[in-house]
Each structure stands twice: as structure tokens, then as C-alpha cells.
Design a protein around this ligand. Structure first.
Ligand SMILES: Nc1ncnc2c1ncn2[C@@H]1O[C@H](COP(=O)(O)OP(=O)(O)OP(=O)(O)O)[C@@H](O)[C@H]1O
Length: 295
């Protein structure tokens, strides 16, 4: 649905994107992660044909970005959507439907799909940020787009709205729409996207499913041990590499040594009241790859 090959963009001496290659299949949901200035918005603007690349190639369903063919397949939700405050949600969506050559009578159905049925007749000027974001989403799903490009779509949404948003994306993806979204909310994309792409200083430093990235980063596991009352010193002596904290001991261990560590804990018998083994979080993985890219 979308192919980027060796895509490069410079702003003067600044290389905002450096030879990025990526393809997205129909129905695939891709999360683009990266620090401020990593190149996420630049990549999206290139895909939409709003700016021109300095090198490489983009194809949107076989069409050049920004061409009539590509625009007919693509929907875009910018990070900060702006609508006319005097229009109601219903009037705004009816307007967009007409612009897209579709039946304006579908406005209520689209607004209901994004949870705005009750507010449809109120002026957008009275909407909260999350409600305006939903109007943006209703606008983006007009015309059953085959590719959705969403720039930080969940910023400003509360947890329930976020969940509803991802449910809607799941439905669109199940119907074959490819989704490219950028986010800083790492934990939510972890569960709700098929593949993660990490950009750092314009370079693609990692791509894969979360298990792929976990395996590639090979970060250690974090282990917390809670000694039984009065057994802190005995447990500490058995795990000299552990650090004491307020409630117990913490240490790290390579993934490959997890079972051996469990055996050491078991050998302490009743001296340990409980333990936890935590895999690296997406934040840890993201930080790892971002640092690698910055080297
Ligand atoms: N019009 C422009 N002129 C000059 N430099 C630009 C322009 N647009 C972006 N840049 C630079 O290109 C780099 C990538 O910016 P971009 O907006 O793509 O990052 P981003 O990953 O979307 O960041 P954020 O998370 O802050 O939105 C940054 O160093 C930015 O300063």
C-alpha cells in the first residue's frame, strides 16, 4: 500500500530523513516512534506529497505522493486539527462529505462512529480538544481510505477515548486499510499496532514487532526480591550483585540466565516471600535504539 525506498529529506544543512526504506501492507498498522525532531512529521508530509524529497522514492498504492490517485486513497489526521468554531460537528462533516463527492446524509453515521452523536448539533467552538480530535477522525474516515496517516492521533484523548480510537482503527485495518501513526504514547502502541518503526535523527534505527525488537535489543530482565521478615541480610548475602531498596532487593539478569536465577531463588526456600521478573518495557527498548541511533 505504501513503499518508501531510500527516502532522504534535507532542510539546508539539516538531514531530517536519511535513506529511510519502509513498506506497509494493506491492513497493517505501523507505529512510528521517535523523539522530538526525529523526522516523523517530515516522513508523513513526504507521503502526503506536501513536501518534495531530496532523494529516494515513494509509492502510495502505486501512485506518486500528492497525485490525484494517491490522494484518493489517503486520509490524514494532523496533530492539531483546526475547524471553524462556528460550525456544528454535523455541518463540518457534511461539508467534508460534499467536498469528497459523497452523500452529506452520512454525517450523522460518521459522527456516531467516533462517539459524537450527542454533540453533533453543537458548535465545534464548544468542543473539548478530544472532541475536536474525534471530528478530525470522522473527517479522516470519509471515503473508506486505503491508507491512513495519523500524526499523534491520541494526544489529548482520555483513556476511554483512546481505547475507542484503537477499536475504530482495528475495524479499519480489518477492512484492509493500512495505518501509519506516530505516537509518544509507547505503552499504547505496544498493544495496538502490528509493527513498530523507531526513527532517531532521521535514521530508521529499528523496525519489527515488539517481540522482534525485544530479542534484538537483548536488554536484561529486572528482578525484584522481597525477603521474609528478618531475612534481608541472608537474601542479600546470597545475591551480592543485588541492590537494597526500601522494600527489597533489585538486580538485573540476562534473559538466558532467567531459569538459573529462579533456581537460586528457590534454593533460598522460605527466606524469600515473593519475587517478580520484569521484561524490558517498550520505553527501555525505545531508549536503547534511540541511543544507538544517536551514536
Ligand atoms: N520547514 C523546516 N525547515 C527547517 N527545518 C525543519 C523544517 N521542518 C522540520 N525541520 C527539521 O527537521 C527535523 C525533523 O523534524 P520533524 O518535524 O519531522 O520531527 P518529528 O519527529 O515530527 O518531531 P515532533 O515529535 O517534535 O513532532 C528537525 O530537526 C526539524 O527542526
Amino acid at each position: 500500500m505504501l513503499t518508501l525506498s531510500n527516502l532522504t529529506k534535507r532542510y539546508g544543512a539539516q538531514t531530517a530523513l536519511d535513506a529511510v526504506s519502509l513498506s506497509i501492507e494493506p491492513g497493517e498498522r505501523i507505529a512510528l516512534l521517535g523523539h522530538n525532531g526525529a523526522g516523523k512529521s517530515t516522513l508523513m508530509k513526504l507521503v502526503l506529497g506536501l513536501i518534495a524529497a531530496d532523494g529516494g522514492r515513494i509509492k502510495v498504492g502505486g501512485h506518486a505522493p500528492g497525485s490525484t490517485g494517491a490522494r484518493g486513497l489517503t486520509a490524514y489526521l494532523p496533530e492539531n486539527v483546526a475547524f471553524h468554531p462556528a460550525l456544528t460537528g454535523r455541518e463540518q462533516i457534511r461539508h467534508y462529505l460534499r467536498l469528497r463527492g459523497e452523500d452529506a446524509g452520512r454525517a450523522d453515521e460518521l459522527l456516531a462512529r467516533v462517539g459524537l452523536a450527542d454533540a453533533a448539533r453543537r458548535r465545534i467552538g464548544t468542543y473539548s480538544k478530544g472532541m475536536r480530535q474525534r471530528v478530525g477522525l470522522a473527517q479522516a474516515i470519509i471515503g473508506a481510505p486505503r491508507l491512513m496517516v495519523l500524526d499523534e492521533p491520541t494526544s489529548g484523548l482520555d483513556p476511554i477515548s483512546r481505547r475507542d480510537f484503537y477499536t475504530l482503527l482495528d475495524e479499519l485495518a480489518a477492512g484492509g486499510t493500512a495505518v501509519l501513526l506516530s505516537s509518544h504514547a509507547l505503552t499504547e502502541v505496544e498493544a495496538r499496532t502490528d509493527r513498530i518503526v523507531i526513527l532517531s535523527q532521521g535514521k530508521m534505527v529499528a523496525t519489527g514487532t515488539l517481540p522482534d525488537l525485544r530479542a534484538k535489543a537483548a536488554l536484561p530482565l529486572v528482578v525484584h526480591l522481597m525477603p521474609e521478615a528478618g531475612q534481608g541480610e541472608a537474601v542479600s548475602a546470597a545475591f551480592p550483585e543485588a541492590e537494597m531498596n526500601g522494600v527489597g532487593l533489585s538486580l538485573t539478569t540476562p534473559q538466558a540466565e532467567k531459569l538459573a536465577l529462579v533456581a537460586r531463588i528457590a534454593a533460598l526456600g522460605g527466606k524469600v516471600s515473593d519475587f517478580e521478573i520484569l521484561p524490558p518495557s517498550l520505553d527501555d527498548i525505545y531508549t536503547h535504539f534511540s541511543r544507538e541511533g544517536a551514536r
